[in-house]
Design a protein around this ligand. Structure first.
Ligand SMILES: C[S@@+](CC[C@H](N)C(=O)[O-])C[C@H]1O[C@@H](n2cnc3c(N)ncnc32)[C@H](O)[C@@H]1O
Length: 274
């Protein structure tokens, strides 16, 4: 079989599994990543990998294929304005609307965890100033096993912590290990759980949530998948709950079930009642 047909086969598999569209202009990148997978799994080339995949893709091959397709770029306090909006506007607004003792938050594509620990740090800082702020219960999920394990470990290199984290927060919430890495303190992990979850599949066992962070993941999806995922998020949000997208993402043309809210330079969405 020609290389092109093999690349098309794996691109179709990735789209069906993740909703991520591999355009032909990026096939050269896919080919080099498939060559790496073939080597890792002990196949001579991508033709042998393809033959092994034909009866069905499972186990390590599946996990490696999903890993190469995902972009895990993230950093602490990425698009900082949204974290200020969380503590200054969103949480106080949720507190107004009921007697909440716990706020349920979902980080729906948490990558290596910087987003979820930034949320936990922001809210912990706010609670030190205002003890009436409810505790957060956070679900951190991602489709990639590898990246989810990294998130759960809470271990970061010097370069990673330098991206977005102030020296004050670093010292307050991290310890240094013997390998000179920064390790999230146990206390910051309280209330955070980690779960593998594909946004394209049913999420029967989770929610409802007061706040959903779904940042910088829809960007890679087809319009149909975006619409489907946003509708599901709406279904999983409590009345008046909030959806936070990435700074470059919007609901334009995708949903009318949310109203846009602006706080400072942050823009986010509040669930309209049905
Ligand atoms: C660019 S990162 C965004 C991380 C973080 N939300 C941020 O904005 O910094 C995108 C993440 O989405 C995950 N992802 C991609 N497709 C997914 C899917 N279908 N279901 C769940 N997670 C997915 C990837 O594994 C990756 O970790």
């Amino acid at each position: 079989m020609e290389n092109y047909a093999i690349l098309k086969f794996f691109a179709a598999y990735i789209e069906a599994q993740l909703g991520i569209v591999y355009v032909e202009a990026n096939y050269y990148q896919l080919e080099s990543r498939l060559k790496d997978i073939a080597t890792q799994l002990g196949y001579s080339d991508i033709h042998a990998l393809h033959l092994a995949a034909l009866p069905g893709i499972t186990g390590q091959m599946k996990s490696l294929l999903l890993d190469i397709a995902t972009n895990n770029e993230t950093s602490f306090f990425r698009d900082q304005a949204i974290f200020k909006a969380l503590s200054e506007f969103i949480i106080p607004d949720l507190m107004k609307s009921g007697n909440k003792s716990v706020i349920q938050l979902w980080s729906a594509a948490s990558s290596s965890g910087q987003e979820v620990y930034s949320i936990a740090m922001e809210v912990d800082q706010a609670r030190r100033l205002n003890a009436s702020i409810p505790r957060l219960q956070i679900l951190a999920s991602d489709v990639s096993d590898t990246i989810l394990k990294r998130a759960e470990s809470g271990i970061y290199s010097q370069l990673e912590v330098q991206r977005g984290l102030s020296a004050r927060l670093m010292v307050q919430y991290f310890d240094k290990n013997e390998q000179d890495q920064w390790v999230v303190k146990r206390s910051l992990k309280d209330g955070i759980s980690f779960q593998k979850l594909n946004l394209l599949h049913a999420w029967n066992s989770i929610g409802p949530f007061d706040i959903v962070f779904c940042r910088n993941v829809l960007i890679y999806q087809s319009v149909e998948s975006k619409i489907k995922i946003i509708k599901e998020i709406w279904n999983h949000l409590s009345p008046g709950g909030y959806l936070i997208l990435g700074a470059a993402e919007s609901l334009f043309g995708l949903s009318q079930d949310f109203e846009q809210v602006v706080h400072g330079s942050a823009v986010f969405q509040r669930k309209k009642s049905s």
